[in-house]
Design a protein around this ligand. Structure first.
Ligand code: NAI
Length: 742
């Protein structure tokens, strides 16, 4: 059996996301809806989506569109038919009847339902047809969410289900967890329960929504949207439908009922069009006052909106659950109440919903982007601590068992849902060094692994130190967090800037340069295996690695100019060198500096390895992989393939035309300034970048070494960081996440 052609029926949010991911895997797909107009619009939406659903926009015509009346015959050719129409059982049943008449024997049919049980969906099917029918529950947005739940039962042909699992793992890059036919499967059963607990406890304990989101967020290893922000993102009306279905499907004895009852405030929000980000707003809304956009938050009791206030919990960036739940304030109480309920609920589902508690954790990781699932949280807190902290706690069999056995390290294997040798599994086996607070180092087989460990994996002196020390062996730089690295830690730099300690900044950036040079010129291979953001300093690590094995969902580029700086960790120099090797540079010595001026000046980014190639952020020798779980083994194979006879690259020399090319760049800048496309500081930053890229005070007949270029980068960086307007840009970005144009 093989999947060469797929039909997706229903071209809404999910159908279009699934079609796009099939397109990303180079599989021809036909997207059908009630009318061709609807599916054609969906195709347009896919093309224009931000963040993009497509890895390579030029492949859009892998998606054909049509309607279920005139184009239904396409079903006869499909190996896999995915149903993603509205959540209505009558509509789904009618559609299956039509599909079963037309489909080719052996083809697989699946539904994307999130709430209807498999046995209900397949109730009217023959036993023969039931064999080929299952649920494939993707998460939104399909390209970016790692989880796919395949729901099957004993009526299924197991071989076929396994085949589908492997296909979705290999070709679509998903973490596939096989689930039993129980309400909400795994991810939503625990994830939606967790959201409801976080919401109802916030209301009971009279926390405001910013406070709840500040606790039920980063401090717990949960994305910063928290609970109310996530509600707005998903859609408050959609959540209400999901809850209704849980109430219908789950027995009243299930404690889910306690947290899923209709909340008058929520009902009112839906009725007044406040359905979340897609509606007029939700728990948060953007209000325009005096031409300015202001983020407002709702008051849970008065229902009035007022400007949202940042809540400072005054804690370290690192997740420390024990400290959090032990706090003697309302935040500690809230955290404990929420975490303890989630752990109790998740553990009550073992073994009836799943025998593998590890699968619950993985579902939370892949489907909700939690850093740790409930069982890992339990292990971190300690079973004894958990049970003895609160004598009101009604512990279940699972916890009682662990407590009686005095098993503190009960966890065992990770990622049991896949046979791949993942980084998550290797970490458990490798010799680990956690002395460095910014990056852990592991020794495995014949290489070392460095994993950045800060918030968004921003880089500081210690991160560089870990890389430097690991370069005595072949090395893989990889991580489990969402981002490879969002760049240099600007808080760290700003702390020095506030004290006007420029020497300390210079020392750090110089060490950054020296470390990256060490990566490049050491006698050992360095493979970077990024996923998520690899920006600024993160990209500078990539560009100075021997190879990049990239997940298809990377966002990469040099964005320093947006905060009033220039790349000074070797990024400017290495990009320049890459472009100087271009054929065009032989003809025109000013080609490369101008090209890189454009790329860095505008802070251009690519949102896939394919988009990264035309910028030369990635090169032909680099690899890209759909399944994040394969990054490590692929990097390891690459090391084994390339290690014999490996020689570090030769050091480049630069012949640049100095003021000749700089004048051209200045003209561009002046034009942009006159047209108001950049402001005063934009002009200033541009000029510094131009100075570096032109080689400074040089002429075309002189040769500059790489070290000369690094020195120019560093000098420009130190000049820029001392400027008030650069500091204003950095402060603004740190507090709002957005660039400041000044
Ligand atoms: P949607 O409302 O965005 O799209 C549904 C599409 O189905 C519409 O384009 C509609 O015109 C089309 N449609 C309706 N009847 C049809 C028929 N008889 N034949 C062909 N097309 C028909 O819905 P969404 O959100 O994409 O959900 C689709 C399925 O995925 C549902 O079963 C839902 O429970 C499930 N799901 C939704 C998630 C989400 O976050 N939106 C997440 C996971 C699953």
């Amino acid at each position: 059996m093989n999947i060469k052609k797929v039909i997706v029926i229903g071209s809404g949010t999910m159908g279009s996301g699934i079609a796009a991911q099939l397109c990303n895997a180079n599989i021809p797909v036909t997207l059908l809806d009630l009318k061709t107009e609807i599916s054609a619009k969906a195709k347009k939406r896919i093309f224009e989506s931000r963040p993009p659903l497509l890895i390579d926009k030029s492949k859009i015509d892998n998606i054909k569109v049509g309607n279920i009346d005139e184009n239904f015959d396409t079903v006869t050719e499909a190996d896999w038919i995915v149903e993603a129409v509205v959540e209505r059982i009558d509509i789904k049943h009618n559609l299956y009847k039509k599909i079963l008449k037309k489909r080719k024997k052996e083809s697989i049919i699946s539904s994307n339902t999130s709430t209807i049980p498999l046995k209900v969906l397949s109730a009217k099917m023959s036993n023969e047809d039931k064999k080929d029918f299952c649920i494939t529950h993707f998460f939104n947005p399909v390209r970016y969410m790692g989880l796919l739940e395949i729901v099957s039962d004993k009526t299924n042909d197991t071989k076929k289900i396994n085949f589908l699992k492997n296909f979705c793992e290999d070709s679509l890059g998903k973490g596939v967890i096989i689930c039993k036919d129980t309400p909400g499967f795994l991810g939503n059963r625990v994830g939606v329960y967790a959201m409801q607990v976080a919401m109802t406890e916030a209301i009971n304990m009279k926390l405001n929504i910013e406070e709840a989101d500040a606790v039920f967020g980063r401090p717990m290893g949960i994305p910063k949207t928290g609970v109310f922000g996530l509600y707005d993102l998903i859609g408050i009306d959609l959540m209400a439908d999901v809850l209704k279905s849980f109430l219908k499907e789950l027995p009243e004895s299930d404690v889910f009922h306690l947290v899923a009852q209709e909340i008058p405030l929520v009902k009112n929000l839906i009725e007044t069009g406040y359905t979340g980000r897609k509606g007029k707003g939700g728990f948060y809304r953007i209000n325009k006052k005096d031409g300015k956009k202001i983020l407002e938050a709702i008051n849970l009791s008065s229902r009035d909106y007022s400007p949202s206030k940042k809540v400072d919990l005054n804690i370290d960036e690192k997740v420390n659950l024990k400290e959090l739940v032990s706090r003697n304030d309302k935040y500690g109480e809230y955290a404990w109440s929420v975490i303890s309920k989630i752990i109790l609920y998740a553990s009550s589902l073992v073994p009836s919903v799943t025998e593998d508690y590890n699968n619950i954790d993985e579902a939370m990781r892949l489907g909700f982007n939690w850093a740790k699932g409930p069982f890992e949280m339990l292990e971190e807190l300690g079973v004894k601590f958990f049970v003895e902290k609160d004598d009101q706690l009604k512990i279940n069999e699972f916890i009682k068992n662990l407590y009686n056995k005095k098993s503190e390290t009960f966890y065992g294997k990770r990622q049991v849902y896949t046979n791949l040798e993942t980084f998550g599994k290797v970490k458990q086996l490798a010799k680990t060094n956690k002395d460095n607070k910014s990056a852990f180092t592991y020794e495995h087989k014949n290489y070392k692994i460095v994993e950045f460990k800060t918030k968004a994996n921003t880089l500081d002196y210690d991160s560089m130190d870990a890389l430097n020390k690991a370069s005595d062996k072949n090395m893989i730089i990889i991580n489990e967090g969402m981002q490879f690295s969002a760049g240099v830690n600007l808080n760290y730099v700003m702390d020095f800037a506030k004290e006007k300690n420029w020497k300390a900044i210079e020392k750090f950036i110089h060490y950054f340069q020296m470390t990256c040079k060490q990566l490049k010129y050491s006698n050992n291979l360095v493979v970077s295996a990024p996923s998520g953001l690899a920006l600024g300093g993160g990209f500078e690590v990539l560009v100075q690695s021997d190879y990049v094995v990239s997940h298809t969902n990377i966002v990469t580029g040099l964005v320093e100019t947006l905060v009033g700086l220039i790349p000074a960790g070797g990024g400017t120099t290495n990009m320049l060198w890459r472009w100087m090797l271009d054929q065009e540079s032989k003809r025109d010595p000013d080609f490369a500096p101008q090209k890189v001026f454009d790329i860095i000046g505008y802070g251009k980014t690519a949102s896939s390895p394919i988009e990264a190639m035309p910028f030369k952020f990635l090169l032909e020798k680099d690899k890209s992989i759909m399944n994040r779980n394969k990054l490590l083994s692929f990097s390891q194979d690459l090391i084994n393939e390339k290690k014999n006879g490996y020689k570090p690259p030769k050091k480049p020399t630069f012949k640049l035309s100095g003021s000749q090319v700089r004048d051209k760049m200045f003209q561009t800048l002046e034009k942009l300034f006159k047209e108001n496309k950049i402001l005063e500081h934009g002009l200033e930053v541009g000029k510094k970048l131009a100075f570096v890229l032109s080689g400074g005070n040089t002429t075309i007949d002189k040769e500059l070494s790489e070290d000369d270029m690094y020195a120019l980068e560093l000098e420009a960086f130190i000049q820029l960081i001392q400027m008030e307007k650069t500091q204003a840009r950095i402060k603004h970005t740190l507090s709002t996440g957005k660039p400041l144009v000044n």
